[in-house]
Design a protein around this ligand. Sequence first.
Ligand SMILES: *[C@@H]1O[C@H](CO)[C@@H](O)[C@H](O)[C@H]1NC(C)=O
Ligand SMILES: *[C@@H]1O[C@H](CO)[C@@H](O)[C@H](O)[C@H]1NC(C)=O
Length: 153
Amino acid sequence: MLKSLFIFGVLGVLLIPAKCDLISVCVEDDNDLRVDCLIEPKPNKINSYEFSWSSGTKESLINTNVSGSSAEGQFKEKSYVEELEPHGYRMTLAEFTDKLPHNTTYMCKISGEVASVNVEREQLVPCSAVSMFLMSTCSWIVCLLLFSYQMHS
Ligand SMILES: *[C@@H]1O[C@H](CO)[C@@H](O)[C@H](O)[C@H]1NC(C)=O
Ligand SMILES: *[C@@H]1O[C@H](CO)[C@@H](O)[C@H](O)[C@H]1NC(C)=O
């Protein structure tokens, strides 16, 4: 009993940082910018999304379906948004990865709730590396579990 509590405790500590990232930014193989927003929509609110970034004092709206507001012209037809399972939205922006402001704060808003992350251009990671990292973290957890089962059985 104590042992399994311990294992779940360790698992929890390992998994929480990944789960708590409500917004993540990476660059796809074809050089498109990808922003994932994993905010859970509130059931009693209008479901809407808004993706933007700010650099210095300038804030730019990239894509939204909030009625009444619209994206900046330069981003129109360059970005699209798809729904993620079980909840959240993914925004993909083409042709801007080389023109990003140096120090950018990426923001997303779902049903009025905001998440933001500050990423410098040099720190942008390839999306393939992100999923590799998650995979290796998971296989590491499986190893840990197998190891502790062997130890205690
Ligand atoms: C925004 O898009 C989502 C998913 O397509 C949809 O469920 C939602 O109703 C839209 N919101 C508005 C305000 O149009
Ligand atoms: C980038 O911008 C953020 C927010 O404006 C600021 O806190 C941070 O110090 C900046 N980083 C650099 C390296 O300028």
